[in-house]
Design a protein around this ligand. Sequence first.
Ligand SMILES: [Zn+2]
Length: 412
Amino acid sequence: MKTLIATAQLQREIDSLAAISENPSPVVTRVLFSEADLRGRAFVKKLCRRAGLAWREDAVGNIFARWEGADKSLPPVATGSHIDAIPNAGKYDGVVGVLGALEAIRALKKSGFRPKRSIDLVIFTAEEPTRFGIGCLGSRLLGGVLPAGKAATLKDRDGKSLETWRKQAGCRGGLSSVRLPKNGYSAFIELHIEQGPILEKENISIGIVEKIAAPSTLRLQLTGVGGHAGALLMPNRHDAGLAGAEISLAVEQAALHSGSPDTVGTTGIFKIEPGAVNSVPYRAHLEIDLRDTNLKTRNAALKQVEKSAHEVCKRRGVKLKLVRLNVDPPAICDAGLVKMISGICRAQKISCKKMISRAYHDSLFMAQICPITMIFIPCRKGYSHRPDEYSSPGQIEKGVRVLAQTLAAISS
Ligand SMILES: [Zn+2]
């Protein structure tokens, strides 16, 4: 079957969605439930309607646009991604997996293909953690990884709750209704930019994801004793900043010596108070990101970091409050799907390689309910989450073509 991808139209739609932003072009900012996010969602719904897809929205705002299959008794297949964007982002992260998937469906329709299983295009709510501090909010609820009761307690920095936000945005029903049954889909495929430099460097068109690394995030609040930088003598100090510094180094050591080359540890947030040159820091806020493709070594490194934090704080007489924000397992992608997509690439004469996704995506949580994999396309220099993020129309076309062929194969 031949699928013709309307590359120019798809690019126009990507550009139009990018123009719906809280900041002027080329910056894309669409934080969950902001005015720009709501307009972006309305734009995508309009395109789905135009493509003849009926959509529904669940209680947290996940959108499901369906191409009805011939046999409604079979579990549908799904594809999709997200359109929310962190502050100062670009136009391709997530969007390629939404508008590209819509174009894949339109191309299949035009080719005369009729699916046996229904095909759902899912637009996930809040893949980015900007508003509530937790990434993949929509897919976590769908996959049952985040209990509805816990989600209901989420609040943003201004104290406004998810409950208030979602009702204001017009989402109806209780959060517990979001969860999908196991095997509610027969497969889920996500198209996404690589967000890394490998495909571009090796001049390969498609990455097929075999594994998604297991993420975890810790939030630490250290409280020591502040005072005048001149008057408070060294033996009497309980410096929260220094305790934080030691813990950051312990994160590096735990990642370096975990025994797995894939363990990465980052102290991405480190703020001290009061933040004056002549004042001993009495408080430090740290947020630590620790990931690995191997759950055993990730968990061991996580324990090591927590142990070090307690030791350092005890020795320095600093009070420690430690919260695990999320501790997720890795996802192993379905070997059958990976093999099928390799075959499709070969038949289409498109170069491909198997990859690990070190960033996490909604697919990580869809793996809780059905077999998954991801299709990566190259992006310039691996840049992402910045306004100069870029994939060429030709690179996107190949990704969409492989996705279309894959959807045809798994829905017939
Ligand atoms: Zn993304």
